[in-house]
Ligand binder design. Sequence first.
Ligand SMILES: Cc1cc2nc3c(=O)[nH]c(=O)nc-3n(C[C@H](O)[C@H](O)[C@H](O)COP(=O)(O)OP(=O)(O)OC[C@H]3O[C@@H](n4cnc5c(N)ncnc54)[C@H](O)[C@@H]3O)c2cc1C
Length: 298
Amino acid sequence: MTFTIAATVDEALAALAAGARPVAGGSDLVVGARHGKSPLPTDLVAIDRIDGLRTIEQTDAGLRVGALVSHATLMTDAAVVGGYTGLADAAALVGSPATRHVGTLGGNVMNASPAMDTGAPLLVLEATAELRSVDGTREVPVGELWTGPGRTVATADELCTALVIPTRPDRSGSAYVRLEYRRAMEIAVVGAAASVVLDDDGSIGSLVVALSAVAPTIVSVDVSSLTGRVVDDALLSEVADLASERATPISDLRASDRYRRHTVGVMARRAVEAAARRARGEHITVPVNRAFGIGATA
Ligand SMILES: Cc1cc2nc3c(=O)[nH]c(=O)nc-3n(C[C@H](O)[C@H](O)[C@H](O)COP(=O)(O)OP(=O)(O)OC[C@H]3O[C@@H](n4cnc5c(N)ncnc54)[C@H](O)[C@@H]3O)c2cc1C
């Protein structure tokens, strides 16, 4: 077994090319190994000291969020909260304060759990993952990144260096809502994210909805038929129906497939409502779950 500590991206890429697996916060990889989910890889490269992967910057392509940015930073960063609020909603729900401080965006995305909280907001915000290896860099839209539980299109020698989220237009808003049975140390029973852009007359110019924990990967819902309508009760009911129809959940000890299919519709409806209110300029505190009173009382 080898354990390397990389100080630069190039050192990390060299270790990956030699067969090592990256570990960032370790809150999936190490915790999973301790719980017997899968053994620790024989060769590991720690990437958590590469400061260049910890920055959030505005670029011509949009907001570039380094793979090592923690959930604790995401939920409070002014640019994320101001323009990409659904991502902040998701980060604010992850685990506990300790989990949010060690857990990273890159680790969440590359772990590829269908229940990951940042996946659905990244999908509705049309983010791309920046993947680097010693051979070069490529950009992969997150909708094409995840191929199954724990699986991505990234090759073993590729490091996710950042997630890039296109700049949002005026009159846009996003939100992420999840069903949870308690307020900490929880993963989503089901979750939904929405991104809304309103036209000048207040009708929907663009609407994107994505779901977590109801399929082998994060999935988007085809809501294109709703463009041009106003966000009212009738529309929100249609969103709920479309989301429930799209879901193909499993039953496990936390919920039956039937319960998940129903509740993901409820979450999708609330996500669209919150995103539309934000698009109209209303302030809804991060995370929407707390603002809407979802989850057990504190
Ligand atoms: C108590 C607890 C509660 C949790 N609650 C939640 C929750 O509510 N919601 C949620 O979504 N998650 C939750 N998690 C899971 C975990 O905290 C998050 O997924 C976290 O973001 C993982 O980040 P990390 O840096 O710790 O990843 P790591 O464990 O370091 O890595 C995870 C995987 O991604 C790979 N990887 C890491 N970084 C990169 C990179 N830059 N490029 C390529 N591959 C990489 C690793 O090789 C590994 O396979 C919880 C975990 C715990 C222990």
